[in-house]
Design a protein. Structure first.
Length: 364
């Protein structure tokens, strides 16, 4: 397994706080400060994690772009990627440059937020290129410094068969902490595997899966040390005044079975709230289940030579591929799946033309 030079067993944090929604801001020293367009200090959102949240709208979000070798860089991450075609996997429809978010206030130290993505096994081996997640503050009365970590799993984190293949954090490795100024701010914590890093994150094809089967990959971001947790998070969640939290979106929970939280041990679960381990959102009681998907996404490259027009992964372009495209016509899809042959996340006439242009081609 690859670590940010070292893998550590991270404790569990109980799913904290209801939502304090906000997007935007900047992270890291020198990052641009987000501007709050709308702030509802008492706009509590019920049915969320632990503490009540506040809905905030921000007109922009800064980026803390860090690499696996510890560099903090300003360049567009797409300008330093390799020549392989890239795909983006996400469950959220949130804008990573600004908008509305829900800060999961109460999210405690040693808790992790995660999302699992289904990627066709035929596209493996894949290389992990970028990971992103939004962190936010809500009316903080002081600057906040958050120690954070990131993990990549081949599979899901609870089935006993999955492998934690990469782990980095800002305490044991070269990554800088998340730093936000006072007020309501947000930042896109963008982690890039340096193309020159000799330890690339490669996930191999699963020999036990067919080419059309879903191969699952999980991305997780965690809080290792808050700016000021103050008390036992099982009794009193980290205060909004002094801490940054991971964000969920405001458009509703789209994929309850593929969003996760790793919760700290708070004893026997109460009211269906998570305690001591990994939980899918679908396993969390409605009283404390987040109302949206985590605002995170994963960018990856396939090293498998694509068979143009092959929508179902059988290495032959025929009427079956036309049916896949038509069955998903004009719908959003995970990039490169379910008829999205050009990888733009939407099935349109462009994808149909790819099938027609390669019709009857045998790639095997």
């Amino acid at each position: 397994m690859k670590t940010g030079r070292t893998i550590q067993a991270i404790g569990m944090a109980v799913f904290a706080g209801l939502l304090a929604a906000l997007p935007s801001g900047a992270l890291g020293e020198g990052a641009p400060e987000a501007r709050a367009v709308e702030f509802i200090p008492d706009g509590h959102i019920d049915g969320e994690l632990r503490d009540a949240g506040r809905l905030v709208r921000l007109d922009s979000i800064g980026v803390m772009h860090v690499t696996s070798t510890g560099q903090v860089i300003e360049v567009d991450p797409t300008s330093v990627q390799g020549s392989q075609p890239q795909f983006v996997s996400t469950h959220t429809d949130a804008d990573f440059t600004g908008g509305s978010y829900i800060a999961q206030a109460g999210f405690a130290e040693n808790e992790y937020a995660a999302a699992t993505y289904n990627i066709p096994n035929s596209l493996f081996p894949i290389r992990i290129d970028l990971a992103e997640m939004i962190f936010v503050t809500s009316a903080a009365n002081q600057p906040t410094t958050t120690q954070w970590g990131i993990q990549i799993w081949d599979g899901v984190p609870t089935d006993g068969q999955s492998a934690l293949i990469a782990s980095y954090d800002s305490i044991n490795d070269f990554l800088p902490p998340i730093q936000l100024p006072p007020g309501t701010n947000g930042v896109n914590v963008l982690f890039q595997v340096d193309p020159n890093d000799p330890e690339q994150i490669i996930i191999l094809k699963d020999p036990n899966l067919g080419p059309n089967d879903d191969h699952q990959v999980t991305l997780a971001y965690g809080v290792l040390d808050h700016n000021n947790q103050t008390q036992n998070p099982c009794v009193s969640p980290p205060p909004n005044c002094c801490n940054a939290f991971p964000a969920t979106d405001v458009s509703g929970l789209a994929v309850s079975t593929l969003n996760w939280v790793k919760a700290v041990d708070c004893g026997p679960p109460l009211f269906g709230c998570p305690s001591n381990g990994w939980f899918r959102f679908s396993q969390i009681g409605s009283i404390c289940r987040p109302s949206g998907d985590w605002v995170m996404r994963l960018t990856w490259s396939s090293f498998n030579e694509p068979c143009l027009g092959d929508a179902n992964g059988d290495q032959i372009v025929n009427v079956d591929d036309l049916n896949v495209v038509l069955a998903n016509w004009f719908t959003p899809q995970i990039s490169g799946t379910n008829g999205d042959l050009n990888g733009n996340g939407f099935v349109t006439v462009d994808d149909l033309n790819i099938v027609l242009s390669n019709f009857s081609h045998n790639c095997s």
